[in-house]
Design a protein around this ligand. Sequence first.
Ligand SMILES: CCCCCCCCC/C=C/C(=O)SCCNC(=O)CCNC(=O)[C@H](O)C(C)(C)COP(=O)(O)OP(=O)(O)OC[C@H]1O[C@@H](n2cnc3c(N)ncnc32)[C@H](O)[C@@H]1OP(=O)(O)O
Ligand SMILES: Cc1cc2nc3c(=O)[nH]c(=O)nc-3n(C[C@H](O)[C@H](O)[C@H](O)COP(=O)(O)OP(=O)(O)OC[C@H]3O[C@@H](n4cnc5c(N)ncnc54)[C@H](O)[C@@H]3O)c2cc1C
Length: 669
Amino acid sequence: MPLNHLIRDGDNPDITEERQKATFSTEELAIEIYGEPLAQRRREISAEVLKRPELLDDCPHVFLDRTTKVENSMKKTVAVMEKGSEICDFTSREELGHLVCEVFGDDGFPLSIHFVMFLPAIQGQADDEQAEQWIPRAMRLEFIGTYAQTELGHGTNLRALETTATYDKRTQEFILHTPTVSAYKWWPGNLGKTANYVIANAQLYIDGKSHGPHNFLVQIRDENTHQPMPGITVGDIGPKFGLNTNDNGFLRFDHVRIPRRNMLMRHSKVSADGVYSPPVHPKLSYGAMIFVRATMIRMLAHVVLKAATIAIRYSCVRRQGEIKTGNGEVKILEYQTQQHRLFTALARGFAYRLVGDEVKNLYEKIAEEVKHGNVEQLADLHALLSGMKSIVSYDSGKAIEQCRMACGGHGYSHASGIPEMYAVEIAGCTYEGENMVMLQQQARYLVKGIHRLAHGEELSTMLQYLANTSNNKFRIGESGVDLENALILALEYIARSTIERVTARLDSLQNKGLSAENAWNENAVELTRASRTHTRLWIARCFRDRVHRIENHAIRSALTDILELFLTYEVVDMSQYLYQGGYANSDQVAQVKDAMYKLLEKIRPNAVSYVDAYEVSDTELRSVLGRRDGNVYDNLLKWAKSNPLNRTEVLPAVEKHLMPMMLAAKSKL
Ligand SMILES: CCCCCCCCC/C=C/C(=O)SCCNC(=O)CCNC(=O)[C@H](O)C(C)(C)COP(=O)(O)OP(=O)(O)OC[C@H]1O[C@@H](n2cnc3c(N)ncnc32)[C@H](O)[C@@H]1OP(=O)(O)O
Ligand SMILES: Cc1cc2nc3c(=O)[nH]c(=O)nc-3n(C[C@H](O)[C@H](O)[C@H](O)COP(=O)(O)OP(=O)(O)OC[C@H]3O[C@@H](n4cnc5c(N)ncnc54)[C@H](O)[C@@H]3O)c2cc1C
């Protein structure tokens, strides 16, 4: 009985051959990733979706124009709401998330920001009475909401947002106003044509005094007619690099009045007579961003694993060139270069996915404490998430792009599915805090860590490695030191030495009289590097600990290969830092590379089984190259023929423009 559960009759023999080579059970690995009940429920949900044409696309959605894409997703939203509860448990985020991926793919859908930001903002920042008033209605979808924070002129620097919310004691209302063009809200997802309500972030003014940005619930469209409310100007911002099914929008408030109790008042309050009570932590109104930064790690990893699924499966059915002349053309996955770009992407996908679970759990624990007023761990969480969202969004983007290029010309076609995945995923470098800015948020925390250490103060668990100054020599190959430990210690050294070096430079510039701000800006690139090395270490350690906890021996062994590949790749990628301070020599770095190349060979026979175990259905994958059955060429031809440009043999535009030109050219002879 083969260990890979996806073998079927009629599949491309080249892919069946791969599946027969599996050395671990793909079903058991799926259970390790998703947990037993969910792994099964995901399959059942996928099977149910296939039976319901109203949940499926009539044609590949990349052939549709934007208006039709938006309409299509609205139509499917209604079908999901009507029939979805027969298919999945709506109270389970995981089940619902899977259903959404099957039905909508990556490109957005009308309720995405309602569920990802609007509801979480209310859940975290509304007081109990407000939550009781708004959440049940929002959950029943009596209205749709979004999160409107970014403005035309400011997204990063929240303290400079221009929208105002001025308290009018006389009527006990806030007046929401957009004073300039640059103060238009710009970008919020599903704002353009869908949402009835927004959580608007605006500068709170009471008696002429500013209290900084706060969140307010504002109705922008009538619940019955969907017409903009008085004082509201709203619309879609136009096509984007990706996410074109999403109607990201613009919004202007013209002295819009809302009741006092529409300010979200769990943490900050304004009494009827205009007395302001500040929150226990000044950044609690940033809670919805913290939530998304925590959850986006897994979403981004999911996209990497989908791209890896496509490129690895395709690389087993694509034959091109010979390794040994006369022996016939090989599957392109036999090339070491192909394995290197794809298996490292696979390793990053698994690492980010499993570490993403840990981040989510940590977030949930700290969010619960914050809800009860304990903000002790908020700074640690903010620093961690600032680094995580930056590293995972950027390195996932690189991995997806490698998967795309590894598919050659067909990777450039939308038939591969990867261009859209890349366009959606890479937005993660920008939204929820532009990466360079977020890396610097984390760098502040790291620099503080070095200063605390110098003053003999206690460090948080996350930073304790900064005190390990005896780790100053690469121990690869030493007896009693296994590969994993040597690599983790090397990553610790890289992070510690980078953070120490940049902190020393900052301190020295300030000692010479430069202001703290200028010294910071002069070192900003190095500070972002310090953040990156720290976060990559944190991911590596967290991934290692997760793999070590696996009880099933065969699965632990399968994921240990992936872990070791991940660690060797990370160390090789950052090896220039190992030479600083003489930690390692070039022979030792060559040893790491050799270990990495051996791991590529070891992973090769299981490559298809690793991605099969991640279990993304063909419906969700929306890729001709990544089909489970490996029957790529016939289906590429079908896909091309179904393209609307091929509906007529002679395109009306050819008749109208080119033919007259050519006829005229002939008549001149
Ligand atoms: C895959 C398909 C998916 C598809 C799904 C797609 C969904 C996408 C939806 C996207 C939605 C959005 O983008 S919504 C909009 C998101 N916007 C953003 O993320 C804006 C980014 N900007 C910010 O977060 C802020 O402005 C930031 C850069 C942090 C600076 O804020 P401030 O100026 O207020 O604060 P600073 O002076 O820098 O910092 C003062 C102190 O506060 C701390 N601090 C700052 N933020 C903090 C926070 N959140 N929690 C705790 N502490 C915080 C700092 O560490 C400092 O600590 P000390 O050092 O100790 O003093
Ligand atoms: C797909 C997508 C969906 C979005 N959805 C929403 C949404 O639902 N709701 C919402 O409110 N917003 C949303 N946004 C907006 C998003 O949050 C912002 O675009 C993001 O926070 C970046 O801000 P910005 O556009 O002002 O970039 P800028 O801050 O203008 O960045 C431009 C450049 O300036 C640099 N820079 C800026 N400040 C600094 C600094 N202090 N130090 C160093 N460099 C700096 C940046 O690194 C970057 O290179 C979305 C954006 C996208 C792309």
